[in-house]
Each structure stands twice: as structure tokens, then as C-alpha cells.
Write a protein that binds this ligand. Sequence first.
Ligand code: PLP
Length: 386
Amino acid sequence: MELTNEIRQISRVLQTPFLVMDLKYVEKNYYDLVRNIKDVRVFYAVKANSHPRIISLLRDLGSSFDVASRGEIEKLLSLDVPAEKLSFGNTIKKVEDIAYAHSVGIEYFAVDSEMEVEKIAAHAPGSKVYGRIATSGADSDWPLSRKFGTDVEHVISILEYASRLGLDAYGVSFHVGSQNYSVKNWETAIQDASKVFKALRAKGVNLRMLNLGGGIPVKHVREIPSIEEIAACINASIEKYLGFVPNLEVFIEPGRSMVGDAGIMVTSVILKSKKGNEDWLYIDAGVFHGLTETIENFRYEVITDVEDNNLKTFHLAGPSCDSVDTIYDDIKLPRSISYGDILYFLNAGAYTTEYGTHFNGIEPPRIYFVDELVEFTEKRVKKEEL
Ligand SMILES: *Cc1c(COP(=O)(O)O)cnc(C)c1O
């Protein structure tokens, strides 16, 4: 989202760190998906950012939701999202949570192992289950496949087992890896999914649903494919590889791409130091306080208000007493940057505040929405007038 003058002004007044968000981008991202991917049903992956205003907006737009835990389910139900709109997409669930999900009316459950099938058959009998195939995770910043999903043959046998245990073997899911740069990866995964559909059809089990998972990227420092390009590939691949499935239902579970570009993380410099020939800069957010994805060197575009074209390479670290709390070892910033200067991390609406901890007694970043900032600014003006 755009770093406006309004945001720059308010950043000098409000206590940092905070994430400032604009819901208009979330709305656009939702419509971009439903307009471009044919007959898709959107399940927002709540873990990317579960702020009630985001959930409520998506609920009103007609979205469904991918949830991973009892906590997320309770939160969504409390925000008047009906249970029919939830899918329990975590492949690792406690039986109490499966029973709870079933008792409130959740129908869809993800599986990638025999034991998970047995747990669901026992505690959510008759439910719709979908098997998750692993992908290579190639060309994504956060591969989500080694821990999750399994090979095509295994998914076939798991879903067959589910059907034998009285569950509704419903479909196939995958995740190409979060922040995925290669359109081709969706095609490969859909081709793999079609193998599962075909093999089970031959055994008399008719799957009806394809779950495309997440993975759509957000613009940071590297070029990304557009939603139109990704959607065109998905639409063509479904036609080509799954055209034989009557009334195929298509789910998608965007997390990052729904909220990533709807937020800017605003932080302040709290220390600058020179140690030997290393220049260090410390800010009031770090890997325990919102900038967690940088532990894998996830690169944000970082902007400052400091007007100095003379750049220098810094080590950039967070405020806590843990050396893991180092953000980047090679960031170029104005040489004269100093205490109190602001650093903006652009397009940081996903997987930031959601990871915020209270480690070391340091508060995680708050979230403000731009409409609230307008209010703050107006109040401030009034105060000055008095
Ligand atoms: C995290 C997650 C998503 C969202 O992935 P993004 O890359 O953020 O879009 C989707 N589905 C599942 C099962 C997930 O765990």
C-alpha cells in the first residue's frame, strides 16, 4: 500500500512500532481473486492476520475461512462467521479440537496421514476430508511441504482409507509454498492432483473438490507474477487436467496475498553503534515483535524519512536481548540515520503482528487502520486549535 503523507505525519506522533492497515486493499484483493479464478470459493487463511476488522470485512464480502486451531474457530464464530464457512485446514489436530469443530458444525477437514483419518473418523464421523499432496516448494520464500502433505500414491491410499472408514473422501489440496514466484508450480500441482482424482475414480471413489491452497505472492524486492497470470494458469490447468470431473468445486486459501499489501510496519531507530568495522542499527521491532519472517532473510522494501542520499551498509537488529533478533546483516540506509528516525517496512500486512510476542516484556506492534488515523489527526488539530 502507498506510504502517504498522512501516514508519515502520524508516524512522528504515535508510539512505534505499529502496523498501519488500509482495508480497501483487502477488499480489492478479495475481488481480484473471485473475478479472475473461475467459480472459486475463497477461504481466507486466518493465520496471516486475524484482526477482527479484517475477518468482519471478508465475512461481509462473502468469504469463507481456513482455520488451524480451536482458538481460530472460536474467534471466527464470535465474529458471526457461520461454521459452514470454515475449513479445518491444519493436518495436525488434537482429537478434542476435531470433536469441537464437528460439534459446532464444521464440515471440511484436511488430512495427510492415516492417523489423522482415524482421528476424524472417530471424532467427526461422516465429515468431508481432503488429502494434501506435497509440492516441491521450489521458487517460494516459505516452502510449506516437507512438514505438510505427502506423495500422490500416499494421498490416494489415505483417501481410500478415509472412504472405508465412512468419511466423505472429498478432494485434494496442496500449497505451492508461500510467496511463490513461479506460475508453473500451480500447473504441476494441479496435474498431480488430477492423478489422485483419476486413481480414486477407478476405485469407485469420486472426489469433487480441488483446494489450491495459498502461495500467491506480494510485491517486495523481487518481481512477482500478477494475479491475472496466476489465475490464467490455474483456470487452464483445471480445464486441462480436471475437465473430466463434473461440477468440480474449487477452493483457494490465500493468506499473504489477501492482507500483505494492505499494511505498513512503522518502526523507530532506538540505537546506533559502531563495533570494530561493523555499523549496527537497532529498531523497536524485531523478529519477536512483528518482523519474524526476516529470520529466513525474507526481504521487505524498507524506507526512511531521512533525506540523505549517502548510503551505508548496516546490520539491522531488533530491541530484545537475543542475538537471533537480528533482521538483516546488509541493509543500505542513509549514513546519517539516527535515534528516533522512522523505518517503514512496506507491504507488511501478513505474518507480522500475528507473530508478535511479549518477549522481554516488550509489547508487540499494535494495528491501526487508516480511518482511525484520520480521526487521530483531526483530534490533534483540534487540540492545537484550543
Ligand atoms: C498458511 C496457509 C495458507 C496461506 O498461505 P499464503 O501463502 O499465505 O497464501 C493456506 N493454506 C494453508 C493450509 C496454510 O497453512
